[in-house]
Ligand binder design. Structure first.
Ligand code: ADP
Ligand code: ZN
Length: 640
């Protein structure tokens, strides 16, 4: 809640201004107005007027003499030493009075002392309030006066000139949204026929896939105002503020129609309402209710289109997705190979690149990466080029930055003992060798034992030859598990002892094995019965069990069995290829990084005559990788 802090300083500031204005009024303006009706005369004239009997009343002060004539005019004169003055005044029958100069017209006096200050303060107060309201939802101070009120300026955001052409690889989403663009160009056309546009469209997909970009692009393409607010911004400290923000947002949007209203992270307010929770989140619920009311309230075909983004569609309140609300759903998925290539190209336009950059290859290496990650990869490459004092980014920069994005920066000063280095070499070769000796494994792209800031001591990168896989067979999944256990298996075969280096492998293998049994129906026991449901498809794929405790125990046993079977298979493969493993591990130990080609060359050459390496192309079938129904990071077996 950034709005709580320091509304005091501006308040003090404005109070000071008010005080200054008042003082100025009193010292400069008021006397001026009063003096306007006072005539200054010299002493001689004063005496003449006394003699002429024209003076009615007089007030003598040490620094001035004020007097009024019989017509009520007021005069003032400077006093001189005149001992006979009092006698003279007595003789002329002049009254001695006080406070002559205060005799302004009662109306002016009233205006001056009451109306004027009030007007000034009211004006100041209004200005103040407006200033503070302008900052509602942002800067300090909005809470004090801007309570629940806000100003159009906050919501209308720049689309940054983003067009559909800037969003790469989301062709279906763009096609879907094209209709909205046409509608916003000419809402009347739709009204004529009687067709109604959906009021709300939900952009659904994992983080960083370009949902915000798409919303901006729709506004940009239709050339209409873009109102934007994040769901979390609605949820305020005080109950009721979120709701009034919603009200304001919609009021402004209706004034500016046709326009786009974009609500990012709508799940922050649109979460399934939970009746059971004692003292649940009132604020969020009110905000959501207000949103629903507003959506129902505004006229169809007014030209207001609400886009909302979420990566947790399953968590949304069903009331939000009912017809008439967010009833259209546009999936914005992780990009496929072609999409990744296009996104890389879009972002590479912003930097200088060398002629050797192979976008297809980079896209293949970055399987499972989101648009945001790809943008990051390109930027990292450019940064690396600058660091090395080059004028453009090369393929090597790109490849290195993929590794940075996956595994973190190289930790050049991490010192491994020779023994540790040897263990890591065997571990990584174990992964690679098991992968290579099975059919249906993605080819090895690179093996390295340079430690990374992520904590990985080395890794083996496998890259799909053809990019995306949408289906994975049971065998492929089993092979993948075997590959994951290969690192640990190599340690066992070579050293007869085990290390902590396999923790990441273990985690991945367990996840896969579990999914096979509980979700993919790949066990004999459970046939095609789902034991788990994915509750959070786009964020890590959290699952929740839906079975009895007995079944859970059985599942656990089955998972262990499955992993153990694959682990044994890996051990067998490595024992059978012990000589090759030694050769490769030694090679990796000295080189620290080897390419997939080098690996295959050594693997395929005949062991005895080392001088003549065989170059035969044993085609390892490409499989595994980003598949199944769950987006995955680029496939890195044995990140540790
Ligand atoms: P989301 O809203 O889905 O989390 P954003 O739209 O904020 O993702 O995307 C974040 C950044 O990632 C964008 O600013 C852009 O640089 C990059 N990006 C994401 N998707 C794409 C895409 N399809 N094409 C080009 N750039 C993309
Ligand atoms: Zn490993």
């Amino acid at each position: 809640m950034n709005e709580v802090k320091s509304p005091k300083r501006p308040m003090l500031y404005y109070a000071l201004i008010a005080l200054t204005v008042l003082l100025l009024l009193n010292t400069i303006v008021m006397p001026y107005i009063q003096n306007a009706s006072v005539t200054e005369v010299d002493y001689n004239q004063f005496l003449t007027m006394i003699e002429g009997g024209k003076i009615e009343e007089v007030e003598i002060e040490s620094n001035k003499i004020t007097f009024s004539d019989t017509d009520g005019n007021i005069y003032v004169t400077a006093p001189v030493t005149d001992l006979g003055l009092v006698d003279r005044l007595h003789n002329a029958n002049v009254k001695f009075g006080s406070d002559i100069q205060q005799q302004m017209s009662p109306l002016v006096a009233f205006l001056m002392s009451w109306v004027f200050p009030i007007v000034i303060f009211a004006g100041l107060g209004y200005y103040l309030n407006k200033r503070l309201m302008d900052r509602a939802g942002g800067g300090p101070g909005s809470m004090m006066f801007g309570m629940g009120k806000s100003n159009a300026k906050i919501y209308v955001k720049s689309t940054e000139g983003i067009r559909f052409s800037d969003v790469a690889g989301e062709e279906e989403a763009k096609e879907n949204l094209q209709e909205i663009v046409e509608y916003l160009h000419d809402p009347g056309k739709y009204k004529e026929i009687g067709a109604t546009m959906p009021k709300g469209i939900l952009l659904v997909g994992p983080p960083g896939t370009g949902k915000t970009m798409l919303a901006k692009a729709v506004a940009g393409e239709s050339n209409v105002p873009f109102f934007s607010m994040s769901g979390s911004e609605f949820v305020e400290m005080f109950v009721g503020m979120g709701a009034s923000k919603v009200r304001d947002l919609f009021r402004q949007a209706q004034e500016k129609a046709p326009c786009i209203v974009f609500i990012d992270e709508i799940d922050a307010i649109g979460k399934r309402r939970d009746g059971s929770l004692v003292g649940g989140n009132d604020e969020r619920e009110q905000t959501l209710n207000q949103l629903l009311t507003e959506m129902d309230g505004f006229e169809e075909n007014l030209g207001v289109v609400i886009l909302a983004a979420t990566n947790r569609p399953d968590a949304l309140d069903p009331a939000l997705t009912r017809p008439g609300r967010f009833d259209r759903r546009v999936p914005v998925e992780l990009p496929d190979l072609k999409g990744r290539e296009d996104i890389l190209k879009v972002h590479a336009k912003k930097i200088k690149i060398g002629s050797d950059v192979d976008f297809n290859k980079i896209a293949r290496m970055a399987a499972g990466a989101s648009g945001a990650e790809l943008a990051n990869i390109v930027n990292e490459a450019a940064l690396r080029a600058v660091r090395d004092g080059r004028r453009f980014a090369t393929q090597a920069d790109m490849e290195e930055s993929i590794e940075v994005v996956i595994a973190g920066y190289q930790k050049k000063n991490a010192i491994l003992t020779d023994k540790e280095k040897l263990i890591v070499s065997y571990h990584e070769i174990g992964h690679a060798l098991v992968a290579a000796r099975q059919t249906n494994s993605a080819p090895v792209q690179k093996i390295t034992i340079i430690p990374r800031t992520s904590g990985a001591l080395g890794y083996t990168m496998q890259v799909e030859e053809e990019g995306n896989h949408y289906l994975m067979s049971k065998e492929e999944l089993e092979n993948k598990i075997a590959t994951l256990t290969g690192g640990r298996a190599a340690e066992e075969v070579e050293f007869g002892s085990i290390t902590t280096g396999a923790s990441n492998d273990i985690e991945q293998a367990t996840k896969l094995a579990r999914a096979m049994i509980t979700r993919y129906g790949m066990s004999d026991e459970f046939d095609m019965v789902a034991m788990e449901t994915v509750s959070n498809q786009y964020l890590g794929g959290d699952t929740s069990l839906a079975c009895s405790a007995d079944t859970q125990a059985l599942i656990d046993r089955k998972v262990v069995e499955l992993v153990r079977r694959q682990h044994e298979k890996a051990l067998q493969i490595l024992r059978d290829n012990k000589a090759k493993m030694d050769e490769l591990a030694e090679y990796l130990y000295f080189r620290e990084t080897i390419t997939g080609d080098e690996f295959m060359n050594i693997l395929n050459r005949k062991p005895i005559p080392r001088e003549i390496p065989m170059m035969e192309e044993e085609s390892e079938e490409e499989t595994a990788g980003s598949g199944g129904d769950q987006p995955q990071a680029p496939e890195v077996s044995g990140k540790d």
